[in-house]
Write a new protein. Structure first.
Length: 167
């Protein structure tokens, strides 16, 4: 997303990144939540790791932000998938005409580094909201996918051929 239209973000990812939470507290699990500190929204044991807890809190902040603005009717799986795709495309746009060497150095340029970080945050925000709406545990899904890929693409003794799958 270019800096000229950050304000058009109608679903809260920019504000959520900036810390403009819909509530005053920093921890989304204050008050009425009976879940254990090591369980995610679906009751899965997260292992209690700091990354798991941080991801959970961010996901709750996004959900609370949207709920406080009555955006639930707009946060359908289809709309969130489309928004995710748009934000991913905006990330791709930054790299569109760069050489491989230029793209490897993109974070060395402060203005571009800021744009990359903003687009990564937008993609992550919409992905987390999408997972929230569908009840997908993003960390469990990623761990399972890595396991399937490890079985599908076993380690070889040397360098592996440059094969990629769309799966």
């Amino acid at each position: 997303m270019s800096d000229t239209h950050d304000t058009r973000d109608t679903h809260g990812s920019q504000d959520a990144r900036d810390g403009n939470d819909a509530r005053d507290g920093n921890d989304a699990r204050d008050g009425n939540d009976a879940r254990d500190a090591h369980d995610d929204r679906n009751g899965h044991d997260t292992g209690g790791g700091k990354a798991d807890e941080r991801l959970y809190r961010l996901q709750r902040r996004l959900a609370d932000f949207a709920a406080a603005r009555d955006w639930a009717e707009y946060h359908t799986p289809k709309n969130l998938a489309v928004a995710l795709s748009v934000e991913a495309s905006e990330l791709v746009e930054i790299f569109q005409w760069l050489t491989p060497e230029e793209s490897a150095r993109v974070m060395e340029r402060p203005g571009t580094a800021h744009r990359v970080a903003d687009e990564v945050a937008d993609v992550m925000a919409y992905l987390l909201q999408f997972c929230e709406v569908l009840g997908v545990d993003v960390l469990d899904a990623l761990a399972a996918k890595i396991e399937r890929n490890e079985l599908r693409f076993p380690r070889t003794g040397g360098s592996s051929p440059n094969r990629h799958s769309s799966e």
